[in-house]
Design a protein around this ligand. Structure first.
Ligand code: NDP
Length: 299
């Protein structure tokens, strides 16, 4: 029997409507500033998607583009200025950055309360501690799909292949916090198939085209394919986007599976909108508390 295909697009559309209504309730719409250094086509394409999605829900999106020769010190100064600007609620540094810039260090220089990508150590630490945080968008997207699948997470065996800071690890933490028994696999894992074959929930976040085959999947499992890999079609010679899972094989074994494209991707950008709204609310609440607590104004 063929698996149920779990699309992200319709969930993304629903979430955008909800977010749009919530943004409309604010006195002023949130502002998200994206920093693009250089001309990476992937980063440029992602910026376009962000701009479109922000426009749909009423978030002001400002893309600041810089020559690839921008120095680290210059970028650090730009980030410091945005950190201090009360009119800016969210900042995202588009990756990858040119080689002479240490992207991780630059992400660490973001104000944690404006880090809507959820990549700052403070946010990752809060996430690990089970406290409210701005969690990485892709991990949130995976969890939203798992919730939408209807599969019981409590007590489930969840296996995540990939241990990156922005996808694998935070996804494991979020699923663990929801009651799953989680295993994270990586390139050094002995016998990957042993782990994947016992997964009720299998999350593939590897970045290797069609690495997980049907035989690696437990019959009836939920498979969430995060991978976005360009692959040349041998028949047409054209490039197409494929996941980390061999979809045609997996759908004959899995119970539910997310497609690539159209699964995790559309939801990732919506989670960026959600984080931006959440960050804005928290900043404005903190500003109001400061006013109330200020000597001579107060309660
Ligand atoms: P990384 O390259 O940072 O991490 C890949 C992980 O896969 C590493 O932990 C690596 O292990 C592991 N890995 C590599 N080869 C194997 C192997 N043979 N067996 C087991 N594990 C292996 O990638 P990201 O987490 O950034 O991204 C993963 C994929 O998700 C990519 O295709 C990316 O394009 C996609 N992506 C999709 C998004 C979306 O919105 N849909 C958003 C972000 C990413 P080790 O640590 O040992 O090297």
């Amino acid at each position: 029997m063929s698996a149920r295909i779990l699309e992200g697009r319709s969930i993304a559309a629903e979430m955008k409507e909800e977010l749009s209504a919530q943004v409309a309730e604010l006195e002023r719409g949130p502002t998200l500033v994206a920093l693009l250094v250089g001309d990476d086509p992937g980063a440029r394409a992602y910026s376009k998607m962000q701009a479109k999605a922000c426009g749909e829900v009423g978030i002001n999106y400002e893309l600041r583009q810089f020559d690839p020769s921008l120095s680290e010190d210059e970028l650090r100064a730009i980030i410091a200025e945005l950190n201090a600007d009360d009119a800016v609620n969210g900042i995202i540094l588009q990756m990858p950055v040119p080689e002479h810039i240490n992207g991780r260090e630059m992400q660490v220089s973001l104000a944690p309360e404006k880090d809507v990508d959820g990549v700052h150590p403070v946010n990752l630490g809060l996430l690990s501690g089970g406290q409210p945080s701005l969690a990485p968008c892709t991990a949130q997207a995976v969890v939203r799909l798992v919730e939408a699948s209807g599969v019981e997470v409590r007590g489930a065996e969840a296996v995540i292949v990939g241990r990156s800071v922005i996808v694998g690890k935070p996804t494991a933490i979020l699923l663990l916090d929801r009651g799953a028994t989680t295993t994270i696999c990586r390139s050094t894992s002995r016998d990957l198939g042993f782990h994947t074959r016992r997964a009720d929930i299998l999350v593939a976040a590897i970045g290797r085209a069609e690495m997980i085959h049907g035989a690696d999947i437990m019959p009836g499992a939920l498979v969430v394919d995060v991978g976005m890999n360009e692959s040349r079609d041998p028949e047409t010679g054209k490039f197409k986007m494929v996941g980390d899972v061999v979809f045609e094989e997996a759908k004959e074994v899995a119970g539910i599976i997310t497609p690539v494209p159209g699964g995790v991707g559309p939801l990732t950008v919506v989670m960026l909108l959600r984080n931006t709204l959440e960050a804005t609310r928290r900043q404005r609440e903190a500003a109001t508390r400061k006013l109330v607590d200020a000597p001579g104004t107060g309660a």
